[in-house]
Write a protein that binds this ligand. Structure first.
Ligand SMILES: NC(=O)c1ccc[n+]([C@@H]2O[C@H](COP(=O)([O-])OP(=O)(O)OC[C@H]3O[C@@H](n4cnc5c(N)ncnc54)[C@H](OP(=O)(O)O)[C@@H]3O)[C@@H](O)[C@H]2O)c1
Length: 260
């Protein structure tokens, strides 16, 4: 089998970690990940010892041009090409216009939208060389229905349009681009970004959310990893420009009639 090179941004936690872990189970895959904090990288490796030697972590911020250039140089010098890119790194600031400052607005857009643009553009020469690469953007159901954060929802709506635009733009290079739009998944994002004040409040949030999910549970990172790995594979060869909800059915409810 041909060796395949994958880059997952934000692989030190949550969905990115689950995607990196799932990809790394295939011996022919080279899995690279990036995140800003060495502490989170160490935590991921300590909690998942099987990743040691299987996932190569690079420290880098996807919203910084110099960091993206360095990531590209390291992949280029060692592997020469890139078969799959998952733009997964993301942040979330709670609130509407009266709460979210302009600085917070820019912070969300910089990481959730400008980051995927910048990194995909920087890595494009390596994606072209793979002759059949796949880009997966991790968006959210908040992109199609206003959620709890104006900055987050708008950044993800922009990301969906970037997906559709790039599918047309990069299709001639046989590069596929798709969005995955999860509902609520249990990760560190809500506590790390102060969406809830403590673990108890988070447990309550998860518990209270369940009735909104027809399947009867909220998501697990592995749910998202399965779809991401499929979209990265040749089995998804004819799928591009798709915005795919993965939300246990949550988006089929409207808010006018309480579900239960
Ligand atoms: N969990 C959910 O309910 C949910 C639902 C819908 C969509 N999503 C989306 O799924 C993606 C992953 O979220 P998650 O829930 O797994 O969050 P998470 O557990 O907080 O993980 C986020 C990861 O992104 C990294 N990251 C953040 N900013 C970065 C930057 N500028 N450059 C590089 N890495 C960065 C973090 O590491 P560092 O802090 O070390 O950089 C971390 O590894 C996000 O795009 C999120 O919007 C999540």
């Amino acid at each position: 089998m041909e060796q395949k090179i994958f880059l997952i941004t934000g692989g030190s936690s949550g969905l990115g970690l689950a995607i990196a872990e799932k990809l790394s189970r295939e011996p022919d895959n080279v899995v690279i990940s990036t995140s800003r904090s060495q502490k989170k990288i160490q935590r991921a490796l300590d909690q998942n010892p099987s990743l040691k030697g299987k996932v190569l972590f690079l420290k880098g911020d996807v919203s910084k041009p110099d960091d993206c250039k360095k990531i590209k140089e390291q992949i280029e010098s060692r592997f020469g090409k890139l078969h799959g890119l998952v733009n997964n790194a993301g942040v979330l600031t709670k609130g509407g216009m009266e709460m979210v400052t302009y600085e917070q607005w820019k912070f969300n857009l910089d990481i959730n939208l400008n980051g995927p643009y910048l990194l995909t553009q920087t890595l494009l020469p390596l994606l072209k060389k793979a002759k059949g690469a796949s880009v997966v953007n991790v968006s959210s159901i908040a992109s199609v229905r206003p959620g709890s954060s104006v900055a987050y929802s708008v950044s993800k709506a922009g990301l969906d349009m970037l997906t559709e635009f790039l599918a047309g733009d990069l299709g001639p290079y046989k590069i596929r681009v798709n969005s995955i739009n999860p509902g609520l998944v249990k990760t560190n994002i809500h506590l790390d970004n102060q969406i809830v004040e403590d673990k108890e409040a988070y447990s309550n949030l998860l518990e209270n959310a369940i009735p909104r999910y027809p399947i009867g549970r909220i998501g697990e990172p592995e749910d998202i990893a399965s779809l991401a790995v499929f979209l990265l594979s040749d089995q998804a060869e004819w799928i591009t420009g798709s915005i795919i909800k993965i939300d246990g059915g949550a988006a089929v409810f409207n808010d006018l009639i309480p579900p239960k």
